[in-house]
Design a protein. Structure first.
Length: 142
């Protein structure tokens, strides 16, 4: 790795010792920012600050997530589209869904569709876990 690439990586990671910690913390921040943005009025004082923080978090995560299997580049494209179209409620659901799947490792067992709401996704996953005929249910009973 060249000296320039090493310096860029150190700047990106900041005070974190592991990139995974930065990734996890940034997803938590993004979830918080999207929620507050979706519930705030567009004329409020902090609205533009939240938008900027959300944009920085998305940019930071996008460079990290290029090296991971989930979320995919298409998933990130979808997040950016929602942000650019000012669909903050939809963005909140998508970010919450991705965060949930990352925290639980669910994306390893099941295909993820960001068009589903978080509640529907959780209900579908719980139904699969309870079903002994599904792959997840069969693995769980072993």
């Amino acid at each position: 790795m060249s000296n320039v690439e090493n310096k860029k990586t150190q700047e990106m990671i900041g005070f974190y010792h592991q990139l995974n910690n930065k990734r996890q913390d940034t997803w938590v921040k993004l979830k918080k920012y999207t929620f507050h943005l979706s519930t705030s009025s567009r004329s409020s004082k902090g609205h533009n600050r939240l938008k900027k923080a959300l944009e920085l978090s998305l940019t930071s995560l996008e460079s990290i997530e290029d090296y991971t299997a989930f979320p995919s580049k298409e998933d990130f494209r979808y997040l950016w589209i929602q942000f650019e179209q000012k669909d903050y409620v939809g963005l909140t659901h998508s970010v919450a869904q991705i965060h949930y799947f990352l925290e639980n490792g669910t994306y390893r067992r099941k295909d993820v569709d960001l068009s589903l709401s978080t509640t529907e996704s959780k209900a579908n996953l719980e139904a699969d876990d309870d079903n002994p005929h599904s792959i997840q249910g069969a693995n769980k009973s072993r």
